[in-house]
Each structure stands twice: as C-alpha cells, then as structure tokens.
Design a protein around this ligand. Structure first.
Ligand code: C2E
Ligand code: CA
Ligand code: CA
Length: 698
C-alpha cells in the first residue's frame, strides 16, 4: 500500500523526489505497523504485533529495497522515461514482500521448533510436578494459547504461559469451552495414553497442519516425560519402602534391631552429641504365656499396644525399637546427667502399667528394664551386653529397672543364657536338688520336704534358682529341667522312706509348665514309675495374674488334682489375685510368703496378712505353711496366729538328699525326724480346733 501511495504521488503530482520519498515512507510505515499489524494481532489472537517487532531486520531490508525501487522509478520518471516502467514498482515491491515474509516465516518456524525442542528438553525431569508445570506453561507459550491444561484423571494442572492457575484432583466443568483444542497424551506408537492436553485460545482458532503436528509431537514428548516421572516416583517409593522395611519391624512399625544398631553407632561416632545417651532394654514378663494360651493374634495385639505406649512415652530424639519377640529397646538420648537415664526408663515402663485390653480381656503387662549408659562402652555390642545383664538382674530381683553397674557384672551371665549350656546341664546332670524340711511349728517334727533346684555349674560353682530359672524358662529346656527335678525328688523320697521317713515332697512348678499339655501326663507317669501315691507329691504354684485366669492352666491342674496330686500356692499374699485364684483353682495348701513371716511380730499389717490367710485356709479346709521362719519369736508368733507349719533357717537350710536324711536321723533332743523343741514345753501353746498339718498321712 505504501509503495502504491508513492507511485500514485509520483505519477499524479509534480515530480518532487524528496517529498515523494518522505510521504511514501510515512504512509508505508503507518499502514504497515499502525494499522496492519494491530488488526492482524486482534484477528489472530496471537502476538502478531510482537512477531512484527521481532522481524525488524528483514523488514528494514525489505523497506530499503522498496524504497530503492521507488527512488529508482522517481528518477526514471524525472528523466522522462516511459511511465509504463512504473509497473516495475509493484513487481519489485511484491517480490520484496514475498522474500521478506518467507524469510520471516522460515525464521519463525525455526524459532518455534527450537522452542518446542527446548520445551521438550525441559520435560526431562524426574519430578512429576516439575514436568507438569513446565509442560503446561510451555504449551501455553508455544501454541500461543491463553491457557493450557494437562489432565491426568487423578490430577489436573492448568496454567497460562507465565503462571500455574490450578493443580489438584478436580475435574473441570462438564461443558467444555468451544475454543478448546484437545490432544491425547499418547506414546509415539499410540500404545499408552496417560491423559489429555487441552489448549484454550480465548477465541476460535484453527491450528494449521504444521501446528497440529507440533502439538502431537509435544504431546507425545509429554507423555513420555510423564511416564518417566511416574516410573521414577514408583521406583523411589519402592526404594523408600524397602529402606523402611529393612529398618523397621513390620508388626509394630518400630525401628528394628538393625536400625537401632545403626543409630547407636552414629551416636558413638558423633564427636559432638548433645548430652549423654543410654540404652534401655525392655523384656515383657510372661509374654509367652499370653501367646500360648490366647493365641498369636492376641500376642501380636499386646506387642502392638506395648509398642505404641513406648512410642508415646519416648522423648523426642529417642529411638524405640523392637528387637524381636517380646524384647524392646529404647535409645535414650540427650541426657543432661547420667542419673536421668534411670528416671526416664522408669517413666517408659510406667507407661505399661495400665491394663491392656485384648479381645475384651484386661491383661496386665509386666516388664523388666535394663539400663546401660553409653559412656565407657565404646561400642553398640558392649552397650547391648550391659543392658542385657542389667535387664536380667532386674528380672531376678523382681525390680522394674536396674542400671548396669560394673561391680555386678559377672560377664558369665551371658554364657549362662546359652541354650547349649542348658542342654549340657540337663544331659550331664548338672542340675541337683536340695531339700528343706517343712516342720510342725508346735512339735518341731518334720512333716514334708521342699525340693529346691541347684545348678552345679562346672565353672561357676553352685547357682541358685534365681540365677538360672528365667533362662531355663525361656529356653526350650524347661520340660527336661522340671522332669529332672521331679525325678530326683522322687528318688530322694524313696531313700528316706526306706530309712523310715515317709514324707511328702513338695516340688516347685514354673507357671510355664502349666501351659504344657504334656505336663500332667509326665508327672503322673513318673509317680507311677516310682510307685509313689499321688497324694505324696505337692506341686507349689507361683501364681501370676496372666496364668491364673487361663483355661489351659485350670485344665492342667484339674487333671493333676483329680489324680490325687496335692497343690499349693507359693508366696501366698504377694500376688494381686490371690483370692480370685483360690476361687478358680482348688488347691490344698497356702504358703505364706517370707516377707510377711519376717514382719509377723513387728508389723501389724504382716500379722494381719498371716491371720487372714490362716482364717481363709481354715474356712476352705486348706493347710498353711509359713516360709522363711528364721527365729523362735517368729515361730511362736506364727503359732499364736494359728499357723501350724513352717520352714526356714531356724529349722534347717536346704541340704542335699543325703544330708537331709542324716538330719532326720540325728533329730533334735534325741528324737529322730524332729528338728526343734516342742512349743508345749515352753508353756505357750495355743490350741486350735481342727488342727490340720500339711499333708500328713490321714
Ligand atoms: P520358694 O519356693 O519360695 O523357695 C524358698 C526359698 O527361700 C528358697 O530359695 C530357700 O532356700 C529360701 N529360704 C528357705 N528358708 C529361708 C529362710 O529362713 N530365710 C531366707 N531368707 N530364705 C530362706 P531358693 O532355693 O533360692 O529358691 C528360690 C526360688 O526358686 C523358690 O522360691 C522357687 O520359687 C524357685 N525354685 C526353686 N527350685 C525350683 C524348681 O525346682 N523349679 C521351679 N520351677 N522353681 C524353683
Ligand atoms: Ca516353693
Ligand atoms: Ca515361696
């Protein structure tokens, strides 16, 4: 149009080259840029204005060319040449325009492919969000769309070329806008479709074939990128899952042994750790019984609840782990002083005090905790060893927690825990039985004998039951051990009987044995083999809450009782459920725990326990034995309260079967089978109606 105006001026008016040139230029620029470009811009909805600006160089060349042509024509006309020559002008102008627009298109095309390449390059990210955000903004930009939306069914991302508008699991309105172009996000070969890409233009736009081709290229690159990112996320998830599984206990979700060791290792290596740290090892008491009687599902539930209580009780920074079975461990970290470890441990164990509700039953969980301070150990293994020793000490002492002390570390306790040793001990008959007489408190006459196990350890000498019982109970050796004790007890009884002392023998029974369905049969078979009447055997049962309420125990005891075996409750009065046990398990005898006997003449409470026990026993027609009688005043006080039998150092310590027989034969005051002077002689007899002595032949 500019060129035409110039020609028109040159043709119609007087030939003023300078004026013509200026007018031509102004017209040209005005028409081309002020009118044409904005009109195009509005019409296409695209940035034609910017496109025009971007293509300045080729435009200038074009203008200059056109200008040169105009000048040439003007000169030619001025020289009076043939006006038809003016026809050259439109031709030149047309050529220049064609050239210019072609070069602009080529360039734009190149640039647009470059942008596409760059955009698809950017899609090579492992993070899906980054892929989606980059793809949405780039799509809007490359295809000059007002908005681009990537819809993956589960997630939709919407963006303009400069910002993300939305990201979430929403579905946009059911009615799709009319100005929308949609392309499936499919793999190059069309095999997989991950979603759709939608472009909104804010006006009706028809994409050219090339543009559609570009869009499909972009969509397939995006599809690949999305699949890569998803695969990567899946891999990362699996890796994290594996890492979690490798470091955690699947049942409780707590850290496992490996993770605990790693964490402790890290603390040991850390040159600057805030405060000290310690290891608390926790072992549940009687857990196996829960498992055996209530089933594994209940056992698992107990473990889960214990885990959650410990987790809640732990301080921030502590690590709670399950080491396996019913063993838990806590790394107590950031301790300002060593003394605080014990305090924190007590708090952790106290969290287990409240009953645990399992399948509608209230179970009490008892646990023992061993604490070892990291200082001076140097390694996780040593820390673990010390905590383990402390834990066993706590169990034996019946305490909730014990802090490891070097002075008490025998180091060989660890060896004692080896099941191999126990197996050897049983095979090599290292377990022996000592016997302590049970005496008629009034006459001093021996009325029975209690069998007490000993371990004649080849290296450690004689070990008391408290030192090894727990280990035996935890190993698979309990039936063999119980069998050995019973066998020796029956053999000893036989030798005494042959010497003229026909005494019942009392044997202690682990609660765990009562859960063994083979136990009653094994006991009765042994009695039969030795031809011992069942009523000459007393089984002393230590009651525990968990055990006492279980059906299996009741069945086992009923079988033994029905066969005539006598049952006694050991340490009566120390368990919480003494009375409830009595109501469910019909026993013949109650043994008053030595702690009450020790206080019988000094403490009103202890005396009251003794008196009520005696009353209860009388009402239920049971016999009573006082344990741990160490002095004459105790003996007399017990007698005065109506307790007729007792055992303790006052009469005799536990002795081997042979020494026990010697003791019986020697007697006291020239009376065989009697170990103390009669109370009658001292004139302080309290005569009671319906005297019942323990298990004297009727
Ligand atoms: P227990 O049944 O209460 O046995 C009484 C314990 O008190 C015995 O300790 C005995 O030596 C001790 N004792 C006896 N008279 C006195 C006294 O006058 N003063 C003091 N302070 N103590 C006295 P021991 O032999 O160490 O047995 C400890 C526990 O080990 C027993 O307590 C019993 O529960 C258990 N036990 C012993 N032998 C066996 C066994 O063969 N099988 C099972 N399952 N447990 C056993
Ligand atoms: Ca006993
Ligand atoms: Ca006892």
């Amino acid at each position: 149009a500019g060129s035409a105006a110039a020609v028109f001026l040159a043709f119609d008016g007087p030939p003023f080259p300078a004026t013509a040139i200026v007018i031509a230029l102004i017209t040209f620029v005005t028409v081309d840029h002020i009118i044409f470009a904005p009109v195009m811009s509005v019409a296409t909805g695209a940035g034609a204005w910017q496109v025009a600006l971007r293509n300045w160089p080729s435009k200038i060349i074009c203008y200059l060319g056109e200008l040169a042509a105009v000048l040439l024509v003007v000169e030619v006309l001025a020289a009076g040449a043939e006006p038809l020559l003016l026809l050259i002008v439109p031709l030149v102008v047309l050529c220049m325009h064609l050239w210019q627009s072609r070069s602009v298109r080529t360039r734009e095309e190149r640039e647009s492919w470059q942008r596409l390449a760059k955009a698809t390059d950017e899609l090579n990210a492992v993070d899906l969000t980054r892929v989606l955000y980059s793809a949405a903004t780039r799509a809007a930009q490359i295809f000059s769309a007002a908005e681009a939306e990537i819809d993956l069914a589960a997630r939709t991302v919407r963006a303009t070329e400069s910002q993300i508008l939305a990201d979430g699991p929403f579905r946009p309105t059911a009615e799709r806008p009319v100005d929308e172009t949609t392309v499936d996000l499919v793999a190059q070969d069309g095999s997989v479709r991950v979603g759709v890409l939608r472009l909104r233009f804010g006006g009706t736009v028809r994409l050219t074939e090339v543009e559609q081709y570009k869009l499909r290229t972009f969509a397939s690159a995006l599809c690949t990128a999305i699949r890569n990112a998803q695969a990567y996320a899946e891999l990362a998830r699996i890796a994290a899952e594996n890492a979690h599984a490798a470091a955690h206990d699947p049942l409780t979700g707590l850290a496992n042994r490996r993770r605990l060791y790693e964490q402790a290792d890290r603390l040991f290596r850390a040159t600057t750790h805030s405060g000290l740290f310690a290891l608390l090892l926790i072992d549940l008491n009687h857990f196996k019984e829960v498992n055996d009687t209530l089933g594994h599902a209940a056992g698992d539930e107990v473990l889960r609840q214990v885990a959650s209580r410990l987790r809640d009780a732990a301080a921030p920074g502590d690590l709670v782990a399950r080491l396996g079975g019913d063993e838990f461990a806590v790394l107590l970290t950031g301790l300002p002083t060593p003394a605080l470890a014990g305090h924190r441990a007590t708090g952790m164990l106290a969290s287990l005090d409240a009953g645990i509700d399992v399948e509608g039953m209230q179970l009490t969980v008892e646990a023992a905790g061993g604490i070892a301070l990291a200082a001076g150990t140097g390694s996780v293994e040593e820390l673990m060893r010390r905590a383990d020793i402390a834990m066993y000490q706590a169990k034996r002492a019946g305490e909730q927690t014990v802090v490891y002390a070097h002075a008490r570390d025998t180091a060989d306790l660890e060896r004692l825990m080896l099941t191999g040793e126990l197996r050897r001990a049983v095979a090599e008959h290292e377990f022996a039985v000592d016997f302590q007489p049970i005496v008629d408190l009034g006459t001093g006459e021996v009325v029975a004998a209690e069998a007490l196990a000993r371990w004649h350890h080849p290296e450690q000498g004689n070990l008391n039951p408290v030192q090894f019982l727990e280990t035996v109970e935890r190993s698979g050796q309990l039936p063999a051990f119980a069998d050995a004790v019973l066998e020796q007890s029956l053999i000893a009884r036989q030798t005494w009987r042959e010497a003229g002392f026909d005494l019942p023998v009392a044997v202690n029974v682990s609660p765990r044995s009562l859960l063994d369905p083979k136990f009653p049969g094994a006991v009765l078979a042994r009695l039969a083999r030795h031809e011992v009447p069942p009523d000459r055997l007393v089984l002393e049962l230590t009651e525990t809450l968990t055990v006492s309420q279980l059906d299996v125990v009741e069945r086992t005891l009923a079988e033994l009782r029905d066969a005539g075996v006598r049952l006694a409750i050991d340490d009566f009065g120390t368990g919480v459920s003494s009375l409830s046990v009595l109501s469910r398990i019909p026993v013949h005898q109650l043994k008053i725990a030595s702690e009450f006997v020790a206080g019988v003449e000094t403490s009103a409470e202890a005396a009251a326990v003794v008196r009520t026990t005696v009353d209860l026993a009388r009402n239920l027609h049971l016999t009573v034995v006082a344990e741990g009688v160490e002095s004459e005043p105790q003996r007399r006080a017990l007698w005065a309260l109506g307790c007729l039998a007792g055992q303790g150092h006052l009469f005799a310590r536990p002795y081997s079967a042979a020494r026990f027989l010697g003791l019986l034969q020697r007697g006291s005051g020239g009376r065989p089978g009697v170990l103390a002077a009669t109370l009658h002689e001292e004139g302080s007899v309290v005569r009671l109606p319906a005297r019942r002595l323990p298990d004297l032949p009727a």
